[in-house]
Design a protein around this ligand. Structure first.
Ligand code: FAD
Length: 410
């Protein structure tokens, strides 16, 4: 049996940020990771707020060395209308850029930094069982790829298992998502024509009316990630999922903004399908454990909030775990769960009004008010806890009043 202060499940952004901050406070930390890195995961466009968490974890210098594509904004396109947000015009003082990169490279960089800081990362090691005693101390059973097992005793567990949702599944904490099931088909593609059609320094979202939206996320290695997101039935018009390459190419050819750019497309792998990613948990913490990242709640990819919420939750949780290990009282309900829910709720307002099409009325309005645009830009930069921003503090009211105002004006 291994003994440690804190066991972290998962070496994604949530797990590695939490591990690094807790280790930095002088505690022993071990990470168990089900896969072997580098491994593929979707979520390739970061938001500026995420860099604050990465900074506290000490990851920025290693990330800068990788020369990932800098991201200075986000552009939304609907037919001929364009709405271009640049982060250096945002309301909140903070980082004004982020990165776009293949997650395999990004996540490996964070995990390697953890190892460099003296945190053992056990790859191909899957958590299969957890027992927690009255003191909150745990015994976790971990299964290796060859079927053998080992156990880890820990004073505290941080669950950063992402789509694995280890603790919610083991302890029955899963809660139905509030958003309808959506599906994506996506791929990485060579993109030699990108300079002629768009700037590589921002994500571009193409809206196909209300039915479907498409992300293009250029990387610094010349590859671009392209993904279509819609309700599952939308994709049926392009044929069966069995020949997914043909289907994906048909979808590219049907989109005027992508047709020419990717006409001789070289796909880097067979297009992938994901469906039904929205998930949440009845609680984000418990006796001897805290949930971080996607295990808390994941809404939707439209505003690239996933890794930001993952790293911010890990940053917040790690500091509370340190307090707990020092023997101080922790108000997990207010200082963690309510705090994280607040950020998620802000994004939820924008996600919902994106899918109803209401947000289009704001994004694609003529003559946008600069201060309003700056405030919404801060939401899109991930600064969703800044109460000086009315589009954060009173997010639902501000969005609906602005839409009403714009409707009356037209
Ligand atoms: P993960 O990155 O999933 O890491 C969890 C780790 O835990 C994995 O490595 C996994 O192998 C490991 N694990 C799982 N089970 C176990 C186990 N039993 N034992 C040990 N280890 C285990 N986010 C963005 O920020 N920007 C985007 O542009 C974006 N686009 C997206 C597009 C789509 C279509 C979807 C579905 C999501 C997108 N996301 C995006 C969200 C993003 O994928 C996640 O929010 C992010 O990866 C969450 O990070 P995490 O650290 O919580 O989990």
């Amino acid at each position: 049996m291994k003994h440690t202060d804190v066991l972290v499940i998962g070496a994604g952004p949530a797990g590695t940020v939490a591990a690094s901050i807790i280790k930095g406070a002088g505690y022993e930390v071990e990470i168990v990771e089900k896969t072997q890195f580098p491994r593929f995961v979707i979520g390739e466009s970061l938001l500026p707020r995420c860099l604050e968490a990465l900074e506290e974890a000490g990851f920025i210098p290693a990330l800068k060395e990788k020369k990932f594509q800098e991201k200075w904004g986000a552009k939304f396109v609907l037919n001929d209308a364009i709405c271009d947000f640049t982060f250096n015009e945002q309301h909140t003082k903070g980082y004004n850029y982020a990165w776009q990169m293949p997650r395999a490279d990004f996540d490996s960089t964070l995990a390697d930094e953890c190892v460099r800081k003296g945190i053992p990362v056990h790859y191909l090691s899957e958590v299969v069982d957890i027992k927690i005693d009255e003191q909150g101390h745990s015994i976790t059973t971990v299964q290796k790829e060859d079927g053998s097992t080992f156990t880890v005793s820990a004073k505290f567990i941080v669950d950063g298992s992402g789509y694995g949702r280890v603790i919610p599944r083991l302890f029955n904490l899963d809660k139905p998502a509030q958003l309808p099931t959506r599906k994506t088909i996506f791929c990485h593609m060579e993109d030699p024509l990108r300079q002629t059609v768009e700037e590589p320094d921002r994500i571009v979202i193409y809206a196909q009316g209300n039915d479907c939206w498409i992300w293009t996320i250029p990387f610094s290695n010349g590859t671009t990630s392209v993904g279509f997101v819609a309700l599952p039935e939308y994709f049926e018009q392009y044929g069966s999922d069995e020949d997914i390459t043909a289907k994906f190419k048909k979808m590219i050819a049907a989109e005027p903004n992508l047709r020419e750019r990717f006409k001789d497309v070289v796909l880097k792998f067979e297009p992938r399908i994901l469906q039904g990613w929205s998930a949440t948990s009845t609680t984000f913490y418990g006796h001897g454990f805290v949930l971080t990242g996607n295990v808390t709640e994941f809404l939707d990819p439209i505003f690239s909030s996933g890794v930001t919420l993952a790293t911010v939750s890990a940053q917040k949780a790690a500091n509370l775990v340190i307090k707990h290990l020092k023997g101080e009282n922790v108000d997990w309900e207010n200082d963690y769960m309510r705090y994280m829910e607040k950020g998620v709720d802000v994004f939820r307002t924008y996600v919902k009004s994106w899918y109803t099409g209401d947000l289009y009325k704001i994004f694609f309005a003529d003559n946008k008010d600069a201060s309003v645009k700056a405030q919404i830009c801060s939401v899109l930069a991930g600064y969703v806890w800044d109460d000086t921003n009315p589009f954060v503090k009173n997010h639902e009211r501000s969005v609906s009043s602005l839409i009403n105002f714009l409707e009356r004006k037209n």
